[in-house]
Ligand binder design. Structure first.
Ligand SMILES: [Cu+2]
Length: 511
C-alpha cells in the first residue's frame, strides 16, 4: 500500500468514526435542547412561580431543522480541520522533495494568534454585554448587599482590566515578534526593578481588596453579637425543606436539641410534655424490639410453616418473600439491625434521662420559652429592621441562600451558624419592579439529595404591622391559639401537646 492509499484509508476511517459518534450524540440532542429551553432568557432563574416539569414534547419543525444544521456544520468544521491538517502534510512532503518551504508555519502561527486574540476578546465583550446583567439578580434588597455588590464590581473591573492588558500583550507580541530569518531574540533573563514592580502592585491591590472584604465581613458578623438588637428567627433545615421559628411574645427562642426530635416535635424543642411523650414512644419501641429478638426462633418456625403453605398453594410471590425473610434472619442481618436499633434507642433514652435527672441541667433546657414559639413554613420579615437568622440542620449540611439579599450561610448539623442583616425592599416594591409573579425565596444551595431542587421557602418583606398580623394567624408550638380565628392548616404539629400530657404521665408512672 503506498502513502496516498494509506492516507485515504485513514481519512475514511476517521470520517466513519465521526459519523458514528455524531449519530449517537444527535439522539440525545432533542431532550438536551428541551432542558435548555426551560432556562431560556425570558424566564428568570429566580422568583418565579413553582418550576413545573414539562414532559419532553416533539420539537417544532424549525428547531429540528436547526438541530440538523448545527450537526452538519460541526461535521463540516471537523472535515475542514482534517483537510487543513492534510494540506500541511502535503506541504511538508513537497518541501522535503523540493528543498523549498511551501508554507511558513511561523507566519501561519502569528496570524492564528492575532485572530485568536480578536475573536477571544470579542467573545468576552459579548459575554459581559449579554449575560453580565444576570450576574447580580438586580439591585440588592439588603443593606450589607450594597457593600458586597460594590466589592464584586470593583474586583470584576480590576481583573477585567488586567485580563485584557495581559491577553493583548501575550497575543500581540506573539504576532509582532514572530520568528524571522536572520533575526535573533534578545536574551533577557532577569530585571530586579520589573520583579519588584509586578510583585508589589498586585500585592498592594489584593491587600486593599482583602482588607475591604475583611471589614465588610466584620460589619456583618458583628452587627449584633449577643442578639439583643435584632429579631431572632431560627431557620431549620431538613431533607427536604425549611421551617422558620419565631420567638413569640417573650422574644426568646426556646431551647431545642436533636435528642428531642420526634414525629410530632420535628424541631426537637425542649418541651416537657413532648419529651415525656417521646420517652414513652422510645421505651415502647425498645420493648417491642427486645421481644422481637427473643422471638426469633419462633419467627423462623412460623416462617417455615408459612413457606410450606405457600408451596402447597404454589404461591410463587409469597414463597420468594418468605424465603427472603428467612435468609435475612439466618444470615444474621435481622439480628444486627435489631441490635443497632436497640443500642440507638437505649442511648437516646439515657441521654434524655440524664438531662431530666440533673436539676441544673434540666433548668437550662426546660425554660418554658418554647411555649409561645411559632413555627412557620414561610418567612415574614420587617423592612429596615435588623434580623438574625440562627441556622440549625436536622440531618446533613444544607446551605441557606437568599440571593436577593446576598445572604448565604452553611447549615450544619450540630454546629449552630447565624447571619444578621437588614432587608431594605418590601415584596410589594420588588413586585412593582419585577412583575406580579416575583417573590423572594430562601433556597438550599448545597446539593443535599434527590429533592434538593425543591428545597425552598417563600420570603415576604413587609411592614411591622403586616408581619404582626401574619404571625397572629400562625399556630404557636405548644400553646392553644389565643383567639379562635380562621387559621390556615399548619401540619407541623397536628395534635395539641396538652392532650398527651395526662396519658404520658400515666404511662411513665406505670414504668
Ligand atoms: Cu439542602
Amino acid at each position: 500500500m503506498n502513502t496516498t492509499t494509506k492516507n485515504i484509508f485513514k481519512l475514511a476511517l476517521v470520517a466513519g468514526i465521526i459519523f458514528f459518534a455524531a449519530s449517537l450524540i444527535s439522539k440525545s440532542v432533542d431532550i438536551h435542547q428541551l432542558n435548555i429551553e426551560n432556562y431560556s432568557a425570558e424566564k428568570p432563574l429566580f422568583g418565579t412561580d413553582e418550576y413545573q416539569y414539562e414532559a419532553p414534547k416533539e420539537l417544532p419543525a424549525n428547531d429540528a431543522v436547526a438541530t440538523r444544521v448545527k450537526w452538519s456544520l460541526l461535521f463540516f468544521v471537523i472535515i475542514l480541520i482534517m483537510v487543513i491538517a492534510n494540506a500541511f502534510d502535503i506541504s511538508a512532503l513537497t518541501s522535503r522533495l523540493t528543498g523549498k518551504q511551501a508554507i511558513n508555519s511561523n507566519n501561519v502561527n502569528k496570524w492564528v494568534m492575532l485572530i485568536f486574540m480578536i475573536v477571544g476578546l470579542s467573545a468576552v465583550a459579548w459575554e459581559y454585554s449579554v449575560h453580565g446583567k444576570h450576574v447580580m439578580l438586580g439591585d440588592s434588597a439588603s443593606e450589607h448587599g450594597v457593600q458586597l455588590d460594590s466589592m464584586f464590581s470593583i474586583t470584576l473591573i480590576l481583573t477585567t482590566i488586567v485580563f485584557v492588558i495581559t491577553q493583548i500583550l501575550l497575543f500581540y507580541f506573539s504576532f509582532r515578534y514572530s520568528k524571522k530569518d536572520g533575526q535573533k531574540a534578545l536574551y533577557y533573563a532577569h530585571n530586579n526593578r520589573l520583579e519588584v514592580f509586578w510583585t508589589l502592585i498586585p500585592a498592594i491591590v489584593l491587600t486593599l481588596l482583602v482588607l475591604r472584604g475583611h471589614q465588610t465581613w466584620r460589619s456583618i458578623v458583628y452587627a449584633d453579637v449577643d442578639g439583643t438588637k435584632s429579631t431572632n428567627i431560627e431557620i431549620f433545615a431538613f431533607q427536604f425543606g425549611w421551617n422558620a421559628r419565631y420567638a413569640g411574645d417573650d422574644g426568646i427562642l426556646g431551647v431545642a436539641d436533636y435528642k428531642f426530635i420526634s414525629g410530632k416535635n420535628k424541631l426537637g424543642l425542649a418541651n416537657p410534655a413532648e419529651v415525656d411523650s417521646l420517652l414513652v414512644e422510645l421505651i415502647a419501641a425498645l420493648i417491642a424490639e427486645e421481644a422481637a429478638v427473643k422471638a426469633l426462633p419462633q419467627t423462623i418456625e412460623q416462617l417455615q410453616k408459612d413457606l410450606q403453605a405457600a408451596k402447597d398453594l404454589q404461591d410463587n410471590e409469597a414463597m420468594s418473600s418468605i424465603t427472603k425473610e428467612l435468609e435475612e434472619i439466618n444470615n444474621g442481618d435481622r439480628m444486627d439491625d435489631l441490635e443497632a436499633s436497640i443500642n440507638r434507642k437505649t442511648k437516646q433514652i439515657e441521654r434524655i434521662e440524664a438531662i431530666k435527672k440533673d436539676p441544673k441541667v434540666f433548668a437550662t433546657y426546660f425554660t418554658k420559652a418554647e411555649e409561645d414559639d411559632v413555627i412557620t413554613q414561610e418567612l415574614h420579615l420587617v423592612k429596615d429592621k435588623l434580623v438574625t437568622f440562627k441556622f440549625r440542620s436536622r440531618d446533613i449540611i444544607h446551605s441557606a441562600w437568599l440571593p436577593h439579599f446576598r445572604v448565604q450561610m452553611n447549615v450544619v448539623p450540630g454546629m449552630p451558624t447565624k447571619f444578621t442583616f437588614i432587608p431594605t425592599k418590601t415584596t410589594k416594591e420588588a413586585k412593582a419592579e419585577n412583575g406580579e409573579t416575583f417573590d423572594y425565596y430562601l433556597y438550599c444551595n448545597k446539593i443535599c439529595g434527590t429533592s434538593h431542587y425543591n428545597m425552598k421557602m417563600k420570603v415576604v418583606i413587609e411592614t411591622q404591622e403586616e408581619v404582626d398580623a401574619w404571625l397572629k394567624t400562625q399556630q404557636m408550638a405548644f400553646k392553644a391559639m389565643p383567639t379562635p380565628v380562621a387559621v390556615p392548616a399548619v401540619e407541623i404539629l397536628p395534635d395539641s401537646a396538652t392532650s398527651t400530657k395526662d396519658t404520658t404521665a400515666k404511662k411513665l408512672a406505670l414504668k
